[in-house]
Design a protein around this ligand. Structure first.
Ligand code: SF4
Ligand code: SF4
Length: 222
């Protein structure tokens, strides 16, 4: 899931300077779960914009805002409200903002959220970055716990030595990822060292350099 945070409202207003009317787009997927761009937040934003003297011509919450063709269709269905707006404000991740840009063609688009990364949901209201999309997954060598992402130093050959009572020296609130890796090894009944210190060839950083893409011929029938 893509994590987003609300931008400061005054910064949004600054981005909308000289734009009197606004159409608001949210996202029914990640931004709804993270309570940054669902229907509730879109309505809340519309009210705040109205209170700040803007005219809100309409709003929509696409099922998934980073699906360009679906967003295009929805904007077409709301073409009068979109045409009446000087700009579109998007409460979705950066991918969603750009999907709306692509779909809206000549209409200025403003991001209402900051995008902070990919997160796993641990439990309701708790989301953590456990994968940084490195493009070469070696997590199986660590019992399913990723040291590249969950260790602030990306220590893949063992702990840095700074852990205190199992806690990370960089984030003392959190367990050192190597504590988690060793605990996991115990649960799996494996030798920690077998999991903890595998040799890896240098990474191919081309796999994690932007812009990445995934283009393929989809199977017929899904
Ligand atoms: S090794 Fe870690 S960062 Fe790389 S793909 Fe696997 S989980 Fe993600
Ligand atoms: S204490 Fe552990 S998690 Fe924290 S930086 Fe060192 S190795 Fe990484």
């Amino acid at each position: 899931m893509t994590a987003t945070e609300k931008r400061v409202f005054d910064d949004i207003l600054a981005s909308l300077e000289k734009r009197g009317s606004v159409f608001v787009v949210g996202c029914g997927d990640c931004a709804t779960v993270l309570q940054t761009g669902g229907e509730f937040e879109v309505k809340e934003m519309s009210e705040a914009l109205t209170g700040a003297g803007k005219t809100v011509t309409g709003w929509v919450v696409p099922e998934v805002s980073c699906k360009i063709l679906d967003v295009k269709k929805l904007l077409r269905q709301n073409k009068e409200a979109v045409a009446a707006a000087d700009a579109i404000l998007v409460l979705a991740c950066g991918a969603g903002v750009q999907a709306v840009s692509e779909a809206a063609e000549s209409k200025p688009v403003v991001a209402g959220l900051d995008t902070i990364g990919q997160v796993d949901q641990f439990r309701l209201g708790q989301f953590y970055e456990w994968c940084s999309s490195c493009g070469e997954c070696i997590v199986a060598d660590y019992g399913g716990v990723c040291p590249i992402t969950r260790c602030p130093k990306g220590q893949v050959h063992g702990p840095c030595g700074g852990a205190n009572e199992g806690k990370c020296e960089v984030n003392p609130e959190e367990q050192c990822v190597w504590t988690l890796i060793y605990e996991r090894a115990e649960k799996l009944g494996e030798e920690p060292v077998a999991i903890g210190a595998p040799y890896h060839e240098p990474r191919d950083h081309r796999k994690s350099s932007a812009p990445r893409q995934k283009v393929f011929e989809p199977r017929r029938g899904g």
